[in-house]
Design a protein around this ligand. Structure first.
Ligand SMILES: [Zn+2]
Length: 573
């Protein structure tokens, strides 16, 4: 490929709306062009990388035994109403109507369509297991599209769905995808970590997100360097040591006028936040429940919902709080008759807590010297791990200290159980002709997001550093004297030799100063740069260099030896 024939426009300035490096570089290196918020055109260079990521995904899906299909993006509302997601997805789902006023959704995933498909095709256990996948554009009505391709309204995703005869059989389908994901990200040159995620109602250990670590990541992950435990913040557990608090005198009321938050009361009383018991009233399936956690921690709503065994959980409204406790939200606590009617649960780290400060269930008052065992109705069964993990927490598996890191989610494998199969009555006949519901799993990889994650993980101040496998072109030949026929011939011959070996090459044949060509080559980040010029040839050869080693000097290689040297360099990138 000749640079002068390429539709390209590199930029020296960062786009105004870009907050993270990978977004800036995507635009500056002319991989994508924004149309409007969350919508991008993939330019030729971007399309090449996108196709390369997709090809790796496709190869590994096929290798794992999954079968490729394509489902429509435009999906009838009836299917979405059958699953209930027409309502539960809320405004994130794009809705539209055709001219006959029939309703449709623009697909964000395809559980409904694929379950309906399996229900109609599969009738016998002999047709199972089966895993179907597609690489298709998906849509989400993001409130605030940002971070380039990370949070866009339209994105390319590989979604796969497995169908099995039983929960046990589904484990094998799950593991096949799990292992395929590890290969896919490694082949893309990404360091992606499987991270335990919430399994919803299924339970067990069959939900993993794959994360690329990056300071700009939107998701927090608890990591243990001791044993490798990794879990997202919804899921991350921690272990706590048993408390040995000294006995305290009877609790007494303290006037705390105007102090509502823990920070305000803590400043007013001159006591650290950790000495407080933070008490929040939730509405759990409509019933008020008080939840107590240490004053310096946050309630983990997912853990709380599982512990209470309820479907709908939200902070109770002002009136409910007042009715249940006699006070407003800033002054509630687990003590006193006001709370006798309400269930109280507490974080495990509060078991045995004495001498704490809580709200007094009287506006503008708090209680000090509260002993949770003595002064509340909390029994052993009411304590559980209910808080969001934070750096410094103890790993539940090995006892070492965990740290919270930031990650970009690039994939998710999830055991669905019979959630969708039940809704669609997707059943099959067993060998003794019993009717049984299929067990499903779903497995997504954001392909456009993976492309950007590669950039986020692999760049420097000058630009992108593409791993060879997904580079738009693996080699750039900077032709310094395009008008000099003998020099141009050396470049053309090298290009032909490399292409014959299956290497993608672009020749920068512009009438530009070398500095401009080098800057663009570094910005776009082609894996290997080759300089072919009259000066170099006079010195005995062409100059080659890997993009990933900016400090290393150019290596001069005779033209005849260049293809082998370049291939060797590519193999190490
Ligand atoms: Zn550990």
């Amino acid at each position: 490929m000749k640079w002068t024939k390429l539709m390209i426009q590199t930029l020296r300035e960062d786009p105004g709306d870009a907050e993270i490096d990978s977004h800036k570089l995507l635009v500056r290196a002319s991989l994508v062009k924004k149309i409007s918020g969350g919508l991008y055109t993939y330019l030729p260079l971007g399309m090449r990388t996108l196709n390369k990521v997709a090809a790796i995904v496709r190869e590994e899906m096929d290798r794992a035994g999954a079968q490729e299909i394509v489902m429509p993006i435009l999906q009838p509302a009836e299917l979405w109403k059958t699953s209930g997601r027409w309502e539960t997805m809320g405004p994130g789902l794009f809705h539209l109507k055709d001219r006959g006023a029939h309703e449709y959704a623009l697909s964000p995933t395809a559980e409904e369509v694929v379950t309906d498909l399996a229900k109609n095709i599969v009738s016998s256990y002999r047709q199972l297991p089966a895993t179907l996948y597609q690489i298709q554009w998906k849509f989400r009505d993001e409130i605030r599209p940002r971070f380039g391709l990370m949070r866009s309204k339209e994105f390319l995703m590989k979604d796969a769905y497995s169908f099995d005869v039983s929960l046990d059989a589904a484990d094998a389908s799950y593991m096949a995808m799990f292992n395929a994901y590890k290969r896919i990200f490694a082949r893309c040159g990404l360091k992606a970590y499987p991270v335990e995620a919430d399994t919803g109602d299924i339970g067990g250990k069959f939900s993993h997100e794959f994360h690329v670590l990056a300071d700009s990541g939107e998701d927090g992950i608890a990591f243990c360097d001791g044993c490798g435990y990794a879990a997202n913040l919804e899921k991350a557990e921690r272990s706590v040591s048993k408390r040995d608090d000294a006995p305290c005198p009877d609790f007494e009321e303290v006037h705390t006028p105007g102090a509502k938050t823990i920070d305000q009361v803590s400043a007013f009383m001159g006591v650290p936040g950790s000495a407080f018991v933070k008490s929040l009233v939730y509405s759990a399936d409509g019933t008020p429940v008080m939840v107590c956690v240490p004053g310096d921690r946050d309630v983990n709503d997912v853990k709380l919902r599982h512990f209470l065994g309820v479907r709908k959980l939200e902070l109770a409204d002002y009136e409910t709080v007042l009715q249940a406790t006699g006070a407003n939200a800033g002054s509630v606590g687990p003590v006193r008759p006001a709370c006798t009617a309400m269930r109280i649960v507490a974080d495990q780290s509060l078991a045995g807590a004495r001498g704490c400060i809580t709200g007094a269930n009287r506006d503008d008052y708090h209680l000090k010297n509260v002993d949770l065992a003595r002064d509340t109705r909390l029994a052993d069964a009411d304590f559980a791990d209910l808080v969001v993990a934070q750096t410094g927490d103890i790993c539940p598996h090995c006892g070492k200290t965990m740290a919270i890191r930031r990650g970009i989610e690039v994939g998710h494998v999830f055991k669905l159980g019979t959630k969708y199969a039940d809704a669609f009555n997707a059943v099959f006949k067993t060998d003794d002709l019993q009717e049984k519901t299929m067990v499903m799993g779903c497995y997504g990889i954001g392909i456009s997001r993976t492309l950007q994650a590669v950039i986020e993980q692999s760049h420097d101040k000058d630009g992108i550093i593409w791993p060879s496998a997904v580079a738009p072109y693996q080699v750039v030949i900077d032709l310094l004297d395009p008008a000099d026929e003998s020099v141009a011939n050396v470049a053309a011959e090298l290009e032909a030799q490399l292409e014959e070996k299956g290497v993608d090459v672009i020749v920068d044949d512009r009438e530009e100063r070398p500095g401009v060509k080098f800057k663009d080559a570094d910005l776009i980040g082609f894996t290997v740069r080759v300089v072919v010029g009259a000066k170099g040839l006079a010195k005995g050869g062409v100059e080659i260099k890997a993009r990933k080693d900016p400090k290393e000097a150019m290596k001069i290689v005779p033209p005849a030896e260049a293809p082998a040297a370049i291939l060797e360099l590519l193999a190490s990138c």
